[in-house]
Design a protein around this ligand. Structure first.
Ligand code: WTA
Length: 657
């Protein structure tokens, strides 16, 4: 049965601001007090927030961070802890028999529920197995798994023994995985036979084998643990490969947690930047856990006994913070779903919501757009009455997608937390605190307590008031990435030189007269395809390996479903031999990943370049989007005659497909 819609009263004179009927004055006041405290005494505020997690030794000081000079970010330095204790052990006495993790298989008839006690035991067994294989504190362990119980257990088992987890996306190519195994120096990989993607089977084990062959003798991987997900036979290398169940089931169900310093690394997570080389953001144990706890609580209000479903893959930062660490440390039940959106039928997600009585649904705008396309009748066949909170992150959400999510899924009863954040930030940064402030569709709203967001102009100077500029933060926060693994110089240069002394997020934003922020998109060469960050250089570097290509430039264009799509311009090495477009696309998928498949590839004679030889992507973007009327000032181009030729080439090739 559909719930009757709650009347939403709009007490604002700006109709665009949606006031929740239940903005609670007491909650609003509490949050205002919290913000004021963070401003007046940050040290005390952050130490207070640290109490949200369990410590072996509680820290005596909060921040020792500086964005100046060499940039050094440290939090809670004399504190010691183990992250898995806050997620598991702390609950054993009070709610050991409550569900911690629900796994819904692709097959609707198959699911598995683990209580906190059971998850604790599974994590300890795997942790003991890893120790038995010689994995030590500080070692890197790569995890290459789909959404299965073992993926969550693997992250926590690494944390248990102080090993650093490096979760790799299932869609990465063998080259991509190999490169990351070398860069991280991983000593072990936890993978599976195959994963399921609708009717397809995605090979994991053979991909890892190929990646290891690619990593060759430089790689440090000594052990590969293979989970049976589909049960299909896969080649096993004697002495290196181990079957998960055979290895793990005989182990002890207790494992003493390794006591870590707050600044010891909890995990590395790869993300894309302006250059082709993937970068691993380094997250430290204490601060990350505190920030996961704060942001989960403020924005999602998780509660023990309720079901929290964040649809993100564990290979993304959202999966780390809002599938695993945030929900588990708050004692709520986290649900993971192995399958695809809308598979095998469009209402699959809503079936899961009703079946498990999901209370909080956290997803990405790209999924919301896809769900919207199925029409309102699909969700209307379900009750969805259990939903209390909605959230989304990963890319800008348009006001109409927001409205649809709020109205059709949330039935105007559930606040929508549009959370802006990044792999680099560890947890949510700009987000409405539901109940304490009005929402505004399409706007990520305000910085969370303790954060110091500013906008700057192109020169990096702070600009005030209702305006638009580059989003920066003047002060550190506990969840901030500490560095780029093995490349602190790149960290400093990427994030702290645009506006010295400030963290530059790489996004542009607009600010309204109420101090609400709306993200306008990336200001660097990063394309966001369905929430996947892809550096244009990753695509260009992949194409540089093709002998037939002389030059390539990738740009992002608007895409109805994916948010952004990729368009690639290619100049052939020889005017006589045109590189086959299918082949170029295949190379991109192989080297970068399937998710980087371009929408279109145009063969062109010349690129628009400045006199110093830099490709002017702005023009390529406009031409690819068909915005050829208003190309702006072309006087900086070395050869303006390139432009009409480009427009003609694009026109011809688009028509002929
Ligand atoms: C974009 C994902 C608008 C942004 C959590 C950012 C968003 C990049 C939002 C980080 C949002 C993320 N509104 N844009 N609510 N959330 N973004 O590292 O461009 O995969 O810089 O982290 O996604 O992507 P990442």
């Amino acid at each position: 049965m559909r719930q009757e819609k709650k009347q939403v009263t709009d007490i604002s004179d700006r109709p665009v601001i949606r006031n929740l009927a239940d903005v609670d004055p007491v909650r609003a006041q509490q949050v205002a007090a919290l913000r004021a405290h963070a401003l007046s005494d940050p040290e005390a505020f952050w130490l207070e927030q640290a109490q949200r997690i369990d410590w072996a030794t509680f820290p005596t000081a909060a921040s020792a961070a500086s964005f100046d000079g060499d940039v050094s970010i440290r939090w809670y330095e004399d504190g010691t802890l183990n992250a898995s204790v806050s997620c598991l052990d702390r609950h054993l006495e009070t709610r050991g028999d409550q569900p911690a993790l629900i796994w819904q298989a692709d097959d609707a008839a198959v699911s598995r529920t683990l209580t906190f006690r059971e998850l604790h035991a599974e994590v300890c067994r795997l942790a003991n197995a890893l120790r038995g294989l010689g994995v030590k504190r500080g070692d890197r362990v790569a995890i290459h798994l789909p959404m299965v119980v073992e993926g969550v257990a693997a992250m926590l088992a690494c944390a248990r023994i102080g090993a650093i987890h490096v979760v790799l996306f299932g869609g990465f190519s063998p080259e991509g995985i190999g490169e990351r195994l070398i860069d991280s120096g991983a000593v072990a990989v936890i993978t599976c036979d195959f994963s399921r993607r609708g009717a397809k089977r995605i090979p994991h084990k053979t991909t890892v084998d190929a990646a290891l062959a690619h990593a060759g003798t430089i790689g440090a991987v000594k052990n590969v643990i293979v989970v049976q997900v589909t049960g299909d036979a896969v080649p096993m290398t004697e002495g290196r490969d181990h079957d998960y169940t055979t290895l793990v089931s005989p182990q002890e169900t207790e494992c003493a947690p390794e006591i870590m310093r707050a600044e010891d690394v909890l995990f590395l997570l790869y993300t894309s930047g302006s250059t082709g080389k993937p970068k691993a953001m380094v997250h430290a144990t204490g601060g990350y856990m505190v920030w996961a706890a704060c942001t989960t609580d403020w924005t999602l209000s998780p509660q023990p006994g309720k079901i929290h479903w964040c649809t993100a893959d564990i290979a993304w930062i959202t999966g780390h913070t809002y599938v695993v660490y945030g929900p588990l440390l708050s004692g709520t039940t986290t649900l993971i779903y192995e399958g695809l959106l809308g598979w095998p039928q469009p209402g699959r997600w809503w079936d899961i919501v009703d079946r498990y009585q999901v209370s909080c649904l956290y997803t990405a705008p790209t999924a919301i757009r896809a769900l919207m396309r199925d029409g309102d009748d699909v969700p209307r066949e379900y009750s969805l009455a259990s939903l209390e909170r909605l959230a989304c992150a990963g890319e800008p959400i348009s006001p109409d997608a927001w409205e649809w999510f709020y109205t059709v899924i949330g039935q105007q009863r559930c606040p929508v937390a549009d959370m802006w954040w990044q792999t680099e930030t560890g947890g949510g940064m700009l987000c409405v605190i539901p109940g304490a402030q009005p929402m505004k569709p399409g706007w990520a709203t305000t910085p969370l307590p303790g954060l110091s967001a500013v906008l700057t102009n192109e020169k990096g100077e702070i600009i005030e008031g209702a305006t638009e500029g580059a989003l920066c933060f003047t002060q550190s926060w506990p969840g901030q990435a500490r560095t780029i693994w093995g490349d602190h110089k790149r960290f400093r240069e990427t994030y702290f030189t645009f506006s010295p002394g400030k963290y530059f997020a790489g996004d542009g934003a607009r600010r309204d007269e109420n101090g609400y922020y709306m993200i306008t998109g990336r200001m660097d060469d990063v394309i966001n395809v369905s929430g996947h960050r892809i550096g244009t250089a990753e695509i260009e570097d992949a194409l540089a390996t093709c002998h037939s290509v002389s030059e390539a430039a990738a740009v992002g264009i608007n895409h109805d479903l994916k948010g952004q799509g990729i368009v690639v311009f290619v100049v052939a090495r020889s005017a006589k031999v045109a590189p086959p477009v299918d082949e170029l696309s295949r190379v991109i998928c192989e080297r970068v990943g399937r998710y980087a498949a371009p929408e279109r590839i145009y063969l062109v004679k010349d690129m628009p370049k400045t006199r110093s030889g830099k490709i002017v992507r702005r023009l390529l973007r406009k031409i690819a989007s068909g915005e050829t009327e208003n190309l702006g000032d072309l006087s900086a181009l070395a050869d303006p005659a390139v432009i009409p030729a480009l427009i003609a080439a694009v026109g011809e090739q688009t028509i002929t497909g």
